[in-house]
Design a protein. Structure first.
Length: 310
């Protein structure tokens, strides 16, 4: 059980579920040929999950001192699991994830694509060891890596299956994946800053240079409020351009209730939030906004098919 907590199994399950939704709730419903078989795609999901799990482990190894202050009841490395054992877990998870990536890269006849897995694993280590302590850089890196977990679907499953006969439709599908990757980046960047607000005390004692420490809690909260307007405007534009125009009423209602509504709630609450409890709550709100945002690709696809069948 300690191992499961160490690798944040709930977050990993959500990551895996999101990748499965993109494949079986979107790409598979388009009646197109894809590069990977079902079990090979399962390996792609597994590789992503293993490397992400390794990232959580190495992060906890380097964060032992700050976690004692920020999350004393959740400290595992050095308490329930020795540091040496944690390093062994980290190595095993990373080697397994990268090895699967090498295999899949050869399956799609793009061996150079294996560098993506190596780069992500290396970036997670550098983030935990040094980038995390740099103003905003660490937040941006983690947000970008989540976007990669979306784009990698297109890189391994859509791009290799593209030829002259389906080039346009594949480009459209990849463009949609890119839209969702950008959405994931914006929401996760906000969440990373909110988590820095949540961890203010421990980070301050460790002399880390987070945005919350640099600007202070009040100014950072107001900045996050302003930044949250960007995804709200993007959502409104997307709904107007693609959903309302195409009469996708179910998708519009879903977006209002589960994405736009919670985003407005977050923006209002973060403007005045000051306590650790409030920041923990708002971080969870963003987590669910991200999840429901990904699920929207299934809702929109089914809504389009429903309209076409009338």
């Amino acid at each position: 059980m300690n191992f499961l907590k160490l690798i944040r199994y709930k977050n990993l399950l959500m990551l895996a579920l999101m990748q499965l939704i993109f494949r079986y709730g979107f790409l598979k419903l388009q009646n197109i040929g894809l590069a990977l078989t079902d079990w090979q795609y399962g390996l792609l999901v597994l590789s992503t999950v293993l490397i992400a799990a390794a990232g959580y482990v190495i992060n906890d190894i380097f964060d032992q001192q700050t976690d004692i202050v920020n999350k004393p009841h959740k400290v595992i490395v050095g308490k329930s699991i020795s540091e040496n054992r944690a390093y062994n877990m980290y190595a095993l998870l990373n080697i397994s994830g990268v090895a699967i990536g090498f295999y899949l890269s050869n399956v799609i006849l793009r061996p150079n694509f294996a560098a993506i897995f190596v780069l992500v694993a290396a970036t997670l280590y550098i983030y935990a060891s040094s980038l995390k302590q740099m103003l905003l850089i660490g937040n941006i890196i983690i947000a970008l890596l989540l976007s990669v977990s979306v784009l990698i679907i297109g890189i391994f499953d859509v791009f290799p299956a593209t030829d002259l006969s389906n080039q346009q439709i594949m480009a459209n599908l990849f463009s949609i994946l890119l839209d969702y990757a950008i959405f994931a980046f914006m929401i996760n960047l906000l969440r990373e800053i909110v988590k820095d607000l949540e961890d203010f005390d421990g980070d301050y004692k460790q002399e880390m240079k987070t945005l919350a420490i640099y600007l202070g809690i009040k100014k950072t909260s107001k900045l996050v409020c302003v930044l949250s307007i960007i995804p709200i405007l993007c959502l409104l534009n997307y709904m107007n351009t693609y959903l309302i125009v195409n009469n996708l009423i179910t998708a519009v209602i879903y977006s209002l209730l589960f994405i736009l509504g919670p985003m407005l709630y977050f923006s209002i609450k973060i403007a005045t939030a000051q306590s650790k409890t409030e920041f923990i709550h708002l971080s969870k709100v963003l987590k669910w906004i991200l999840f429901f945002g990904i699920v929207s690709v299934l809702i929109i696809t089914l809504n389009i098919k429903w309209n076409a069948s009338k």
